[in-house]
Design a protein. Structure first.
Lengths: 386, 288
């Protein structure tokens, strides 16, 4: 009898204990996903959403988070209007997303003043974690400088003396090339020439490519993304340019490298994630992603996934409302598919490894071969005052 | 900026002009003949690229895709003709513009559902996947093929329109449909044939462009504006106008992008404004 009572008491205690694990002590966290689902960046928005949902589902915490999605397209005024709607009407506790740096710029002041935490899952604008940083804006993706600075040093250290640079003529293009060039020249390299192509208009890169080749530089370094990247790499191949091509890793992103075809083989680029990283965390992530979507994940899926992990970590660290979540986010650190991650409280930008990789032909088409790892790349506190 | 720079740029401009020509000729003749503004014409260009990629992926044969894709696009055009366009004929230009503008977004979202948002590529056929060297430059063979294709279609269309009986019937119907009908020309049937031909050319332009530019869901809308400018500058309804317009815009955009990058975005619009003020009917309009 006594033992039966003891067993029942134990069972009750266990049951209560489990209940307290399953039921969060606080109310649901309301998340606003603010991403482009139509227009140029639709594919990126969808990839980030898939990654985010996967993180929440894997943790079995779908009940805990209610999610509202809003489509920003790639239009700053639309992004600002949707951010207002999410905060004022839906009363979300935290926003996740933003692909375009322009949209991030437009939303920045509203996010800051409404004191709603924003986990940036793509937009790399240096200013958002530099001059215009905010305690409410935490970035888990990358900054434009973070991806390109290490590549400048790496190329100079690997025997490349002169480089010709190309990028689209808008803020991200300038930030990427400026940070690359500064690091490359600081390490002893020389910029043989530089050109910015009209943003979104240039479909023919042939003349730029031949100019770059005739400059006699050891290498061409470019930043292009999405459709521009596909056109650039294909045309680099079709014009049969002999100067080796290097780039910001978006040039041959796993998301669309298949569309570039064989022209992408041998292009070397730097990025914060490649799906072929040989770590247990990444293998588990890639397997789970493949099982669910049937394709390899890209850096965009990982950014969404890490945004989900960072949010859950902040909630676990006592994030119950807007203020708590914002306070908890900068202290988040863990090992994810990308490697060891932490948020730098001085800028609220992520500190992460940058990977130099080569695109090679594998058994199932184009794949990424890791060449070098630059560990724990941290941005300077460029005028950021929290 | 030596001779090879100018030659390369000339070829790039020619290749872009030819793509614009393939698109604008369909649009302008349909307008000239039927007085119908079909803004969805550029969506057919996009469909041409996507169907080309799919056929090529399924069969592994570029040339089969090159022939089948325009045929599929023509069939879609024919369906649109019987379901929408024929009944909008009398509805006036404003309604036509609204309906076909809406159609652009319907087709765009159907493409997104079918093919997804990620840009797709198509490899040039092996026979044309190399570069050709001449006069001190090397140029991709596939781009030379597009220039040749455009010129061939340009010349054969001129021959058909100027030298054959069906050409005479089309010209007569463009100039005065009622008079042509009273002379025994079956204008309705002629309209349909010309409409289908315009759709086939749009599909052809799409599949021909796919190996150079990737296929994206925004490619239709992106190409629509230069195509409309070509039609307005050249003059509605005329072959010569479409030829002149596509060459002018092709060269202006290509050279503008390299020589005056900061101004290139507005150059074509300045030209458009000047033409609209000084010669609103276009440079070489069809009579009628």
């Amino acid at each position: 009898m006594k033992s039966l009572f003891a067993k029942m008491a134990m069972a009750t205690a266990l049951g209560l204990g489990m209940m307290s694990v399953q039921l969060p002590a606080h109310a649901d966290t309301k998340v606003g996903l603010i991403l482009p689902y139509t227009g140029t960046y639709a594919a990126l928005g969808n990839a980030i959403t898939d990654g985010f949902n996967m993180a929440i589902e894997e943790a079995g915490r779908t009940d805990e988070f209610s999610i509202v999605t809003e489509d920003t397209e790639a239009k700053p005024p639309v992004g600002l209007a949707k951010a207002r709607k999410l905060v004022l009407q839906d009363k979300v506790d935290v926003m996740v997303g933003v692909v375009s740096s322009g949209v991030l710029g437009a939303m920045r002041d509203f996010v800051h003043q409404s004191q709603t935490p924003l986990i940036v899952a793509n937009a790399g604008n240096n200013l958002a974690t530099g001059e215009n940083c905010s305690p409410y804006i935490v970035r888990v993706s990358f900054s434009n400088g973070q991806i390109n600075r290490p590549m400048g040093t790496w190329m100079a250290e690997n025997g490349i003396k002169t480089v010709y640079t190309l990028a689209p003529d808008y803020s991200a293009g300038h930030q990427m090339i400026e940070s690359f060039s500064a690091a490359f020249t600081a390490a002893g390299g020389e910029i043989a020439g530089s050109e910015f192509t009209p943003f979104g208009q240039t479909k023919d890169f042939g003349p730029y490519l031949t100019n770059a080749q005739s400059s006699g530089a050891d290498a061409i370094f470019v930043f292009y993304a999405g459709g521009g990247a596909i056109n650039f790499v294909k045309q680099y191949g079709s014009f049969d340019i002999k100067t080796p091509l290097f780039g910001s890793g978006f040039l041959t992103s796993p998301l669309y490298v298949a569309a570039e075809g064989e022209a992408a083989i041998g292009v070397r680029a730097s990025l914060h994630y490649i799906p072929t990283l040989d770590t247990p965390e990444n293998k588990a992530f890639v397997d789970a992603f493949m099982a669910k979507h049937g394709t390899m994940p890209s850096e965009y899926s990982v950014q969404g996934y890490d945004a989900g992990l960072a949010l859950m970590a902040a909630v676990d660290a006592g994030g119950t409302d807007k203020e708590n979540i914002a306070a908890a986010l900068p202290n988040v650190s863990y090992v994810g598919p990308r490697g060891a991650l932490e948020i730098d409280p001085a800028t609220n930008n992520i500190v992460q490894n940058i990977y130099v990789y080569d695109t090679v032909m594998g058994d199932d088409g184009l794949t990424q071969k890791l060449i070098d790892t630059i560990p724990s790349v941290r941005d300077d506190v460029a005028g950021c005052q929290m | 900026m030596d001779a090879s720079f100018w030659l390369l740029q000339f070829l790039n401009a020619m290749q872009y002009s030819m793509l614009l020509f393939l698109l604008s000729i369909g649009l302008t003749v349909i307008f000239g003949l039927m007085h119908f503004v079909n803004l969805a014409h550029a969506s057919l260009y996009m469909l041409g690229a996507y169907f080309g990629i799919s056929v090529s992926a399924l069969t592994g044969q570029f040339w089969l895709a090159f022939i089948l894709s325009p045929i599929i696009v023509t069939l879609i055009g024919a369906i649109l003709y019987f379901t929408l366009i024929d009944r909008m004929r009398a509805a006036g230009p404003m309604n036509q513009v609204l309906v076909t503008f809406g159609l652009i977004f319907v087709i765009l979202d159907l493409v997104r559902l079918g093919w997804g948002d990620i840009a797709l590529g198509l490899d040039a056929p092996d026979a044309l996947a190399h570069t050709v060297s001449f006069w001190g430059i090397s140029y991709p063979a596939y781009r030379l093929f597009i220039i040749a294709l455009g010129l061939t279609i340009m010349i054969s269309m001129w021959v058909v329109l100027a030298r054959t009986q069906i050409g005479a019937m089309i010209r007569a119907s463009v100039e005065n449909a009622d008079m042509a009908a009273s002379l025994g020309i079956h204008v309705g049937r002629l309209f349909f044939v010309v409409f289908c031909f315009g759709c086939a050319l749009a599909g052809l332009a799409g599949v021909a462009a796919a190996p150079i530019f990737s296929a994206t869901t925004t490619m239709g809308i992106t190409i629509l504006i230069p195509t409309l400018i070509v039609v307005v500058i050249g003059g509605l309804g005329s072959l010569e106008g479409a030829i002149a317009g596509s060459l002018i815009i092709g060269f202006l955009e290509t050279f503008g992008a390299v020589l005056l990058p900061s101004l290139s975005a507005v150059l074509t619009y300045i030209l458009l404004a000047v033409i609209l003020v000084l010669r609103p009917q276009g440079l070489i309009p069809a009579r009628g």
